[in-house]
Ligand binder design. Sequence first.
Ligand code: GLU
Length: 444
Amino acid sequence: MTVTTRFAPAPTGRLHVGNIRTALHNWLWARKRGGRFILRLDDTDAERSTEDHVEAIRADLAWLGLMPDEEHRQSARFDRYDTALERLRESGRAYPAYETAQELDLKRKVLLGRGKPPVYDRAALNLKPEEIARLEAEGRRPHWRFKLDHGAAIEWHDLVRGPQHFDPALLSDPVIRREDASWLYMLPSTVDDIDMGVTHVVRGEDHVTNTALQIQMFEALGAPPPAFAHEALLVGSEGKLSKRLGSLGVEAMREAGIESAALVAKLARIGTSLPVEPFATPEPLIESFDFATFGRAPARFDMEELAALNARIVHQLEYSAVKDRLPASMGEEAWAVIRPNLRAVAEAAEWWQIVEGPVEHRASAGDRAFVAAAADVAATIDWAEAPWKALATTLKERSGRSGKSLFLPLRQALTGRDSGPEMAPLLLLIGQEQSVARLRAAAA
Ligand code: GLU
């Protein structure tokens, strides 16, 4: 059987770190097993789903390198859901119910008040045909519920959580279709998983109870349930996923200079027993992917750690991979020198501006003589041999200066700034001629 996974976002918003992680795990598992990775757009909610979000989801997945092998949309499959409901109705596994939201709410409150679980009492199953006729005559339309089989416990072996056990009598028969005929998520998802041959459902642990219900739907529709893997949720470094972090999407990551490879390397491994490593390509992640390494504790996502991982990935990027994002005149050699100093590719532009100039040559009155001496030294040292070190050492000996009084005037004269990239690699790029010229101009 071809391993088939699916990522099923509702196109009602942008992807964020939480669902990007789910998408990634589905993709990694399919790639590892040479299977299929499906993008399924859960767009049954016509009001909240938009084409803009559909396109953004596609673009975000493409940026991450998680290309789906197939794409499906629930809005194109309503006839399949109609057929499935009809089948369940015929076999007595779906029934109409007429309670209003207020009536249901009241029932729940009464049960909770008596200290009982708020399970739907199945009153609708006892409606006589004439009662139904009266309700319909009043203009009431039914919603539809799936009738759980209370005969046996629902059990499955979750690939992350291990053996799972639910007593169906403690669960409400789920509503599968609203009275306005719109679909809730539960049945369409099951029908799609059957039709698309999904073998592994990988999703967040907030879906565990849904799985118990859906397992009975698979069975009622005559299909073996797929394997399930429910991953622990993502939390921020302070313990819960802050609003900001929860909404952090691809755009925000890109703006923060995060490479897609860094996000992928991080999200693939956090919450697992495998170390987070700076992989610039997904192959090692595919290779090592294993549900058995997933922990049950929430996975911690920390933006600072991601930034640090990002730096380690930037340091591996080839010139050809970043060329389009560098200043046009910046060549391969410059990239090689600058790369180890960057936390994000975009920082290269700042370096390059300092290298290329023009810079504002400046030295305070008290530093002019020192900077003039620096120009003389710079003109004579061997530029092929660590020129910054040679310059600083010689000047330290001659002037007796050290620390800030030694380095700051040099930085100001050479770059026009008080802070910035490390001077040693920078000086190599600025070159001897330019360096001498800048020091002289500042001393003048
Ligand atoms: N649209 C559902 C969600 O985003 C899909 C859940 C599933 O993977 O079945 O929660």
